[in-house]
Design a protein around this ligand. Structure first.
Ligand code: AMP
Length: 542
């Protein structure tokens, strides 16, 4: 582990990414260039990060936040996202991040389960919070980034707070095991679970940022992931900044020309993106890539979903670069398996474990399986960025460990040269464009619609998104399917959960297959959708 980033047992992520970099002589170095959706650029030095995050730490302390209180960011990509995140961590407040496209139910579940005391958001998103605030007694502080005129009960304008708050803050000495970042992840049953990390995770993030992403001190790094997702915090904030590396953040969405311009004009050296985005680029006019000068680019990486070999071939022919796959998950906090530079790429495989990590394929009985056999992808626990628990759910956390292995929930194979090949999930969780969607959550949102009697939700293969969300819906007898109803269902899921969770296809049917204990048999629905044999249906309710 790279202990050089630590100073006198001070593991505080907020401190290391800001003050420590200044002390190292990087105060005036550009830490971030923020390029907004219109192409306007604003630069922030490490001294700016230090000041802004310290001010935020003081704001939270002034409100009475104490270590291990929970604070959330609910923002689109914008500079305040970074200041708030680092500031909360400086004050040893646990910081969670949420996607700005989350709907009310998604917000409520997370804020309620965590007992969050505060949240920072934007005026345009505030309504989603005010609608649910009466259900959240613990939520006392709502800070609004762009709401000068908004001071009201429990609602504070960031500008007003900043104007009266000091920008000097000394982070308390923070041990490696102190809780740090909180990301909620979806399972196939129950509500989303809060994956809690520790400040010491920074050791894994710094190690993998050099050993896998190959970041060098003078690099410009661009990670396209939203901060609502673990990649957006582990590598969109912590990894580069703990090493004093400068990064670009883009406030716009997917736009092939803007992205290519950004790579070219900002002279990005290392680019970290995702298969769905790369597949979208593959569909664009070749001329966009043929005319792009990517001479500054050294490496391209991908994460979140299987990287199909076609993307690698496309990268080689149109971008003249290899695309390196990386595998990790919210729980692991940092890259665990990768086709990293310097290691021969096997297109279609995720690669080999990162230095210091041990991975294995384990059978359902806990036995290690020989090479070539399909089984559960497991990791030997003990790495610094391993999550420390599921918030309020220690029992489920404990169940993830068996016979000395952490079970990732993915199924995979290992070939005889030690390369790992992703095969799927061992549960029903749907991976659409890199976002994990819980079929249970979508089914629950559907059941709240008055016309819906029962529903079953599955993931089906999709060329672009890897998987798409399919909803089977059985209506109450007095309703008949129609396009208005389809639209209503889609809107309802989007408003309640998120646009990502919204079903791509709605299939109306007369019954949902269930087993004798009433559990939805998604396997049977999937077989029905794929036109395949459903296999053993002996436990099915007739
Ligand atoms: P999340 O916790 O939301 O980051 O999702 C983690 C899950 O995404 C993993 O357990 C895998 O199922 C999937 N995943 C992440 N990276 C890859 C990859 N390189 N190849 C295949 N699946 C991946």
């Amino acid at each position: 582990m790279d202990l050089s980033i630590i100073e006198k047992d001070q593991y505080n992520i907020g401190h290391i990414c800001t003050r420590l970099q200044c002390k190292r002589g990087l105060a005036d170095k550009r830490a971030m260039r923020f390029v907004d959706a219109h192409g306007n650029r604003t630069d922030y030095s490490f001294a700016d990060l230090e000041r802004e995050s310290s001010c935020f730490a003081n704001i939270l302390s002034g409100f009475g936040f104490v270590p291990q209180d929970i604070f959330f960011t609910f923002l689109p990509r914008m500079p305040e996202q970074f200041f708030a995140f680092l500031g909360a961590l400086k004050a040893q407040v646990i910081c969670g991040t949420m996607f700005s496209n989350f709907g009310e139910d998604a917000l409520l579940d997370r804020l309620l389960d965590s007992g969050a005391k505060g949240i920072i958001t934007k005026k345009s998103l505030l309504r989603k919070i005010t609608r649910i605030k009466h259900q959240l007694p613990a939520l006392q502080y709502v800070i609004v980034v762009d709401g000068d005129d908004l001071d009201g009960e429990g609602v504070y304008s960031l500008k007003t707070l900043v104007a009266k708050t000091s920008a000097e803050f000394d982070a308390p000495l923070t041990p490696s095991g102190a809780p740090s970042v909180l990301h909620y992840t979806s399972g196939s049953t129950g509500k989303p679970k809060g994956v809690l990390h520790q400040h010491g995770s920074i050791l894994s993030q710094s190690m993998t940022s050099t050993a896998v992403l190959g970041l060098k001190p003078n690099d410009i790094f661009w990670c396209t992931a939203d901060q609502g997702w673990v990649t957006g915090t582990s590598y969109g904030i912590i990894g580069p900044w703990c090493l004093g590396v400068s990064q670009v953040q883009y406030g716009g969405g997917y736009d092939a020309r803007a992205w290519m311009r950004l790579l070219e004009e900002e002279q990005v050296n290392v680019w970290y993106s995702a298969p769905t985005a790369l597949r979208m680029l593959m569909r664009e006019d070749h001329e966009i890539f043929e005319n792009a000068d990517l001479s500054g680019l050294r490496h391209i990486f991908s994460v979140g979903e299987p990287l199909n070999p076609e993307v690698i071939h496309w990268g080689r022919s149109l971008l003249q670069h290899d695309i390196h796959d990386t595998w990790f998950q919210t729980e692991t906090g940092a890259i665990m398996i990768s086709n990293r530079p310097g290691v021969e790429i096997r297109p279609g495989s995720m690669g080999i474990p990162v230095p210091g990590m041990e991975a294995a394929i384990v059978g359902d009985g806990g036995e290690l399986l020989p090479d070539g056999e399909l089984g559960n992808l497991c990791l030997k626990p003990g790495w610094p960025s391993m999550f420390i628990t599921y918030l309020n759910n220690d029992e489920i956390y404990r169940q993830k460990f068996r016979n000395g292995w952490y079970q990732t929930g993915d199924t995979a194979k290992r070939d005889r040269d030690g390369y790992f090949w992703f095969m799927g999930r061992s549960d029903d969780v749907i991976n659409t464009a890199g976002h994990l969607i819980s079929p249970f959550e979508v089914e629950s949102a559907l059941l709240e619609i008055e016309e819906v009697a029962e529903s079953g939700v599955i993931g089906a293969p999709d060329e672009l998104l890897f998987e798409k969300v399919i909803a089977f819906v059985n209506l109450h007898k007095r309703f008949t399917p129609n396009t208005d109803l389809e639209l209503k269902i889609r809107l309802r899921v989007s408003n309640k959960l998120s646009s990502t969770a919204t079903p791509q296809e709605i299939i109306f049917c007369n019954s949902i297959p269930k087993n004798k204990s009433g559990k939805i048999m998604r396997r049977v629905l999937k077989a029905r959708y794929m036109g395949e044999d459903p296999g053993d249906t002996s436990t099915m309710e007739i």
